[in-house]
Structures are given as C-alpha cells and as structure tokens.
Design a protein. Sequence first.
Length: 221
Amino acid sequence: MLNLDVSFINWDLFDKFILKGLMFSLELTAVAALGGLFFGTLLALMRLSDSRVLKTTATVYVNGMRSIPLVMVILWFYLLIPVLIGKSIGAEWSAFITFIAFEAAFFCEIMRAGIESVAKGQRMAAQALGMTYSQSMQLIVLPQAFRNMVPVLLTQTIVLFQDTSLVYAIGAYDLLKGFVTAGRIYGRPEEVYLLAALVYFALCFGLSQSVKHIQKRLSLT
C-alpha cells in the first residue's frame, strides 16, 4: 500500500502552482476550439465543393492529421520550426498553432456531417430564390449545421481540454505541469498525480453533464 500523505493539499497549493496551469489549459482549449472550428468549417466546405483541387487538398490534410498522434505533431512543430525559421517561437505559441491545425481536421469532419444533415431541398429552395452558393451556406445551411452539431462540438472540446496535457512534453505550463511542479517541490508525486486525476475527472465530468443538458434542451426545441 502507498503511504499517502495529503496534509500538504490546501489552497496555497492551488494558488501557487495549479491555477496558472489551469488558466493556460482553458485558454489553449478556447483558442484551439474557436480556431479549429473556423478552419474546420472552411475545410468542410472544401471537401464538399465541386472543385477536385479543393476537395483533394482538404481530404489529404484531414486524413493526414487524423492519422498522426497529436503529441508527435506537437513535438515536430516545436523542434522543426526553429530549424526552418532560425529562431524559437516558444512552447506556448507552438501549442496554440499546433492545436488549431490539429483540431481543424476533427472539427472539419464534424461540420461536414452537420452540413450533410441539412436537407438538400433547403439548398435547392435557396437557389430557387436567387441565392448564391455562399449566401445559401451562410444564411441557410451553416446555422442549421452548427445547431445540429452543438453537442458533438462541445464533446470534442472536452476531449480537446484533456489533450492539452500533452503540451507538458514541450515544457508549456499547463494544468498537468502545475501538478507535476507541486509534486516535485513537496516531494509527494503520487499524491499530486492522484489529485490531478480527480481534478481532470471533476472538470470533464461536469462539462459532460452540461453537454447532456444542452442536448436535451436542443431536442425539445
């Protein structure tokens, strides 16, 4: 049995080590989700376009990104970009750029499914009213696609929050890094890893329950 000692766990522990990492993890999640959704929507439109060049380009990018572990993308970008441009951009900026680029591939597939879930008759009706393709997408299709995909988009965002712990590999001070730093200073790594698991579980479980509530609300409207 482990000789666990949790007497050192108090507010000072969170204030000195954990909150800073939590704020970065939440910031990274928000930026990556919004950026990934924006570029993912563009990729989804490219994949659904009639242009073979656009469709092929988006397909290669999405399938390529979805086939590579995120931690490898993070490490490649962090280690190779300084070689190419001659200077380091830092762990935080590497994390932001990498996560946006990676999440765009996953949000693309979500949005593509949402766009295809909208009845084709509505697009045909928009064209009959004289709307262009971009107008029908902007005013008719995309609003409905976003609404249909809200639960899935939020679920992917929760997964994204969990994945932010991978930036620990390049030294960024995220939530996990805060726990690891505290464990090293207090000399109690087992306790802080257990505490980290509980915090991640509490946050993700609470967010998952919120998503279920939103899904029920949307199904009633």
